[in-house]
Write a protein that binds this ligand. Structure first.
Ligand SMILES: Nc1nc2c(ncn2[C@@H]2O[C@H](COP(=O)(O)OP(=O)(O)OP(=O)(O)O)[C@@H](O)[C@H]2O)c(=O)[nH]1
Length: 194
C-alpha cells in the first residue's frame, strides 16, 4: 500500500486548542494544563485512506501574536491547513478569518482548508453560532467541523475529512518508493504535547 506523506499545519489564535486537538489525534490524550506552544511542535500519525496510507506530518503552530511571522514556514508546502477557533470566543473566529485571507494570498494554491470550531463541550457559553461558521466555511469551500479535544469529539473525523479531500495518486508506485523521502522541514522548537 502506498504511503503518502502529507504536511498539515494548524493555525489559529492562542488558546483555541490546536495542540490539544493534535494531542488527542496522535496520542488520544487530553491535558487540562497544557502550556502554550513556543515556535511550533511536530508530530506524525499514519491513517488508512482508501487504497493509500496517509502519513500526516503535523506542524502545530504557536498562536501567540509574537510567533505570527513564522507561520509561512509551516503552511508553505502544506497539503492541508486546519484553522481552529474556539466556539466560546468570538475574537478567535475573527482571527480565523484573517488566517483564511493570509492563506488565500500567500498559501499553496491547492491547499485543503479545514475549519475546526473547538471546545464544543462548552456549548452553554458559545459565542460563535454553528450556522454562521458553517456558512462561512461553505463560502470558501472549506471543510467544517466542530470538535472537542477534551471529549474526543470529531477529532478523528476532522482528519478523515481532510484525507477524503486529498485526490488519490495517479501513479501510486512512484510515491510508494519515495515515501520516506522528506522535503526539508524548517527547524522549530519542539514541545511535548502531552
Ligand atoms: N473545555 C475544553 N477545553 C479545551 C479543549 N481543547 C483545549 N482546551 C483547553 O484550552 C487551553 C488551550 O489549549 P491549547 O491546546 O494549548 O491551545 P493552543 O491553540 O495550542 O494554544 P497556543 O499553543 O498558545 O497556540 C488548555 O487549557 C486546554 O486544556 C476542548 O475541546 N474543550
Amino acid at each position: 500500500m502506498a504511503i503518502r506523506e502529507l504536511k498539515v499545519c494548524l493555525l489559529g489564535d492562542t488558546g483555541v486548542g490546536k495542540s490539544s486537538i493534535v494531542c488527542r489525534f496522535v496520542q488520544d490524550h487530553f491535558d487540562h494544563n497544557i502550556s502554550p506552544t513556543i515556535g511550533a511542535s511536530f508530530l506524525t500519525k499514519t491513517v488508512p485512506s482508501g487504497h493509500e496510507l496517509h502519513k500526516f506530518l503535523i506542524w502545530d503552530t504557536a498562536g501567540q501574536e509574537r510567533f505570527h511571522s513564522l507561520a509561512p514556514m509551516y503552511y508553505r508546502g502544506s497539503a492541508a491547513a486546519v484553522i481552529v477557533y474556539d466556539i466560546t470566543k468570538l475574537d478567535s473566529f475573527q482571527t480565523l478569518k484573517k488566517w483564511v485571507k493570509e492563506l488565500k494570498e500567500h498559501g499553496p494554491e491547492d491547499i485543503v482548508v479545514a475549519i475546526a470550531g473547538n471546545k464544543n463541550d462548552l456549548g452553554d457559553i458559545r459565542e460563535v453560532p454553528m450556522k454562521e461558521a458553517k456558512e462561512f466555511a461553505e463560502s470558501i469551500e472549506a471543510i467544517f467541523i466542530e470538535t472537542s479535544a477534551r471529549n474526543a469529539v470529531n477529532v478523528e473525523e476532522l482528519f478523515q475529512k481532510i484525507s477524503k479531500q486529498i485526490p488519490p495518486l495517479e501513479n501510486p508506485e512512484v510515491e510508494s518508493n519515495d515515501s520516506f523521502k522528506l522535503t526539508r522541514q524548517p527547524s522549530s522548537t519542539a514541545r511535548r504535547c502531552c
